[in-house]
Design a protein around this ligand. Structure first.
Ligand code: C2O
Ligand code: CU
Ligand code: CU
Length: 486
């Protein structure tokens, strides 16, 4: 029996019949995450308070959670290119934390990675310059060894960057009316309906996978009524470890943007495979139909299919129904952004990264010891588990590089801080059309995944950037490295 099979068998007893059918019986309304719109100007500093809370996901029972200005998750921050965001991030939880701006092109000292720890009761006040184009980004805990737990409990939020082009673009943009932000997560609940998290060898191996899909903090399926016209969905996979496969109940998905901004033109896809950490924006045509649904199924990676929605492979996560009102009357856009194909001849350096899992026995031991931190654990990149006091790579500012990443077991989502990149190859082949624009996540499973990347901001020795697997348990267990840009 190999290591994975062994861990599965050993853990199988823990996976009893799923609760998801119990919780998912009725259709809930889509919660609209509170919007903090700063595009019109910023008055003083921007408070973000991390704190404990309680939240009912729809089980009828309050769960212990964390939130940022809310009892669960953070606000949707809407900001504008050219602004500098003066944050006051106050840590009101009982443990050390950090707040990382995932996707932002900002210097290492304001990146919010593991080196910018915020003690309980303390406030971190970075001035975060927004230099990049319109894009959907997010922020989450990056406390080394505790990222998985803290993010799962709710330390995550969304940042929508707008620019002149996006503000004047002929696209739906009325928040909560025809423009929706969706945070997708999988959760586990105990029989009493409280959110649970467990760390076993299996959990470290596959990453934590819940059996219940949650949309903006509400157990799916959820529903939303919308006016007649185009509707925009800005989607974040904020799962710790689940790959999600998205599709529409009727017709193809129309993708208009990926992690780092608009695609060159709208792309029709039968389905989009989203890794943890990825963002995609899609348009849904609600002109000619009365209803449509965003379907979510389990995609790739590990996990038990039987443990997903009580055995259902696909769930109509969000049903949109037309309310007959007059909505966005424009048409599907043809061109969105000016993107030339990535040119690998621009690269002056090539670096290779081999992601490695630890042994099953080590993982099981780690799980037992995991009350605190598994930082410095058994997973690694190029044979080295993450160490806070070791710089793994040194990049020259302004250089264009090719980073090639490989792995030998399961599907891993690889992320690089401080940049957006273009994917040259994913799993040894050309990426799907929807993944050919700006990205900061790439899938790695078979063969090489290669990205073309340029670093334009400073990350000194005491505030390096991270690159890592975005399965949060893998990251916490050491599948992460540090690099400087100087
Ligand atoms: Cu989304 Cu290093 O993180
Ligand atoms: Cu990041
Ligand atoms: Cu991984």
């Amino acid at each position: 029996m190999d290591r994975r099979a062994f861990l599965r068998t050993a853990a199988a007893g823990a996976f009893v019949a799923s609760g998801s059918l119990v919780w998912a019986q009725s259709l809930r309304r889509l919660p609209v995450i509170p919007l903090t719109d700063l595009t019109g100007g910023i008055d003083g500093r921007i408070p973000l308070a991390l704190g404990p809370g309680t939240h009912d996901f729809g089980t009828g029972t309050a769960s212990q959670t964390f939130g940022i200005n809310n009892s669960y998750l953070g606000p949707v921050l809407r900001v504008r290119q050219g602004q500098t965001l003066p944050f006051d991030v106050r840590n009101g939880i009982d443990e050390v934390s950090t707040l990382h701006w995932h996707g932002l092109h900002i210097p290492g000292d304001v990146d919010g990675g593991p080196h910018q720890e915020i003690e309980p009761g303390a406030t971190w006040s970075p001035d975060v310059p927004i230099v990049q184009s319109a894009s959907m980004n997010w922020f989450h805990s990056h406390m080394h060894g505790k990222t998985a737990q803290q993010t799962y409990k709710g330390l995550a939020g969304v940042m929508l960057i707008e620019d002149d082009a996006s503000l004047s673009a002929d696209l739906p943009k009325t928040y909560g009316v025809d423009d929706f932000t969706l945070v997708l997560q999988d959760k586990a609940f105990d029989p009493a309906g409280q959110m649970t998290y467990e760390s076993t060898g299996e959990v470290f191996e596959d990453g934590f996978e819940g059996d219940t899909l949650v949309v903006n903090g509400a157990i799916a399926p959820v529903a939303q009524s919308v006016p007649t016209g185009l509707v925009r969905l800005r989607i974040l996979n904020a799962c710790n470890a689940r790959f999600l496969d998205l599709s529409m109940a009727n017709g193809p998905l129309t993708a208009i943007a990926s992690d780092g901004g608009y695609l060159s033109s709208a792309v029709e896809a039968e389905s989009i495979l989203m890794s943890p950490g990825e963002r995609y924006e899609v348009l849904v045509d609600m002109k000619s139909v009365d209803s449509n649904a965003l379907n979510v199924s389990l995609g790739g990676g590990g996990g038990f299919l039987a443990n997903w929605f009580g055995g259902n492979q696909t769930i109509a996560a969000l049903t949109l129904t037309s309310n007959g009102g007059k909505g966005f009357s424009g048409t599907m856009p043809n061109t969105l952004a000016n993107l030339s194909p990535p040119d690998r001849s621009q690269a002056t350096t090539t670096r290779s990264f081999q992601l490695e899992m630890g042994g099953g026995a080590d993982l099981a031991a780690l799980a037992l010891a995991w009350g605190n931190v598994c930082g410095g654990g058994v997973m690694s990149i190029n044979g080295q588990p993450m160490r806070m006091d070791r710089i793994d790579e040194r990049v020259r500012k302004g250089d264009t590089e090719i980073w090639r990443i490989a792995v030998d077991d399961m599907l891993h989502p690889f992320h690089i801080h401080g940049c957006s990149f273009r994917i040259l190859t994913q799993n040894g082949t050309e990426p799907p059309a929807y993944a050919q624009g700006w990205k900061d996540m790439v899938h790695v499973e078979e063969g090489w995944s290669e990205v073309l990347v340029k670093f334009e901001h400073d990350a000194p020795e005491d505030a390096p950037y991270m690159y890592h697997c975005h399965i949060l348990e893998h990251e916490d267990c050491g599948m992460m490295g540090q690099f400087t840009v100087t």
